[in-house]
Design a protein. Sequence first.
Length: 189
Amino acid sequence: MRQYLLAAAVSLVLVAPAFGQALAQTPPAPAAAPTPPEARAGDVSSPEAIVTALYDVISGDAGVQRDWNRFRGLFHPSGRLVPIGGPAEGPAILRTLTPDEYIARAEPLLMKGFHEREIASRVEHFGHMVHVFSTYDSRHTASDDQPFTRGINSIQLFNDGTRWWIVSIYWQGETSQIPLPPQYLPPVP
């Protein structure tokens, strides 16, 4: 018994400093997300308004600067953008971006001329949350006859009792291997 207690005491003496070092090396908690700029009241008054503002703020002709503070103001401080990418034949990859990371990544492409619009949507509500499955098409100019890409934005919204916030936008573009299903397209007249 005495040997067991001695071994336990030695182990404690040897392990305790290493455990302390491990605690000292634990990374600090992440910093609080920055407070977004004040949003336009009309942009955040309803789920429809915030989705309209989202498409409006990223769209514009070549060389037209986007209002990135308006964009930031749509997002909850914890908000994220999550594109699905990768080669058409797979495997798919997922990237998680803050609004500022999205701006840094997308702005050079958007400045070449980019107009995105919602062509169909499905909206589901429960309490303070709304999910919008928003089918989009993208064109280089607003007058282009055909889109160069289409896809679906899965947009999660939150109402805190005073306004709507974008919590996340998770999207995938259409490919020849993954065409848009008819139920997510506008009705054919």
